[in-house]
Design a protein around this ligand. Sequence first.
Ligand SMILES: Nc1ncnc2c1ncn2[C@@H]1O[C@H](COP(=O)(O)OP(=O)(O)OP(=O)(O)O)[C@@H](O)[C@H]1O
Ligand SMILES: [Mg+2]
Length: 368
Amino acid sequence: MYIKRIDLKNFRNYKETDIELGEGVNVFYGRNAQGKTNIIESVYMASTGKSHRTQKDMELIRWNSEDAKITIDYKKEEEERIEIYLSKRLKKQIRKNGVRISKIGDLIGNLNAVIFSPDHMKIIKEGPVERRRFIDIILSQVKPGYYYNLVQYLRTLEQRNNLLNEAGINTGILKTIDIWNEQLADFGAKIIRARQEFICKICCMAADTHKRISNEKEKLDIKYNSSIKYHNNSEKEIRESFIKVLENYIKIDLKRGITHKGPHRDDILFFINGAEVKTYSSQGQQRTTLLSLKISELKYMKEETGELPVLLLDDVFSELDKERQKYLIEFIKDMQTIITCTNVEYFERLINEEVKVFKVEEGIIEKE
Ligand SMILES: Nc1ncnc2c1ncn2[C@@H]1O[C@H](COP(=O)(O)OP(=O)(O)OP(=O)(O)O)[C@@H](O)[C@H]1O
Ligand SMILES: [Mg+2]
């Protein structure tokens, strides 16, 4: 899969820009705050319907403008077009090949992208929210139905939590909790099962990459740490176990008015040679873990969809040492990559392949 053209109107600091990308490596370089990441953001929008750095679509509209538009032409089996229209007055409009898409779930999975920036160290270093986000974005792209289940799960969770809160005043409504437990377990079991399966697959791939980058010295292990216990990863078993847990925890749930167990509380754990990465690993080991994880994310997507996604590398290379740069470059040779950096000469030395270079200056892009 590759993007042929990006057309932006009043998006961030771009008044009007229309660029044609190459099928291989595309480098956008320029000083800080010129609009490099904004390009990556526009592609990410077309992939997921959302920005990777803000929840507020209004921030994406160029200052003093009423609306913005992103148009991306890409080639999968056929030529496709995604259009996103943002307005200060109207609802966001998304179109695929001219036809209106009303649900984000129907957009995700069309233009698949993997994004990698230094900010992603959060996945390794910070709390479980980032890790769940990581997993949910990938699975939403490759597994039909995953995003739908997730949305339904979160909706049911909210309703169950509302009920827990109201039960303080009106104990009678607790009679209906079983219905919510059943529904939560229905969607929740599907989510846990998909995540568990994903982690098993990605664990092998990441361990393989990590072993090579660390000169065979380190064994990376990734585990899905669920708040629901199960032995074999069957939906039925997870569902039953989930219902039992909900029943056992009802007193605690009622006390705080929230649901304490379920995939919204689950986590992913990383270990190097048996020690947890977040707590015991050096900065370098953490970076290698992230790189291994990102490379396996690409491999996984290729395996599941039969196509390599578009890779978005925002300011990544300057943070990696030579050995790790070499690994990443080895990888990007076969796929379309959009890279942002401040120093292009350095890049041209690094990559032997043909590279399409764009200079970015105050929201204006010039092809070199
Ligand atoms: N809605 C907007 N309207 C106009 N300009 C905006 C808007 N949002 C952001 N900008 C401008 O876009 C620029 C930032 O763009 P971007 O984040 O792409 O920079 P960058 O080139 O990636 O920089 P760095 O190298 O520091 O990462 C800033 O100058 C900012 O003021
Ligand atoms: Mg940037």
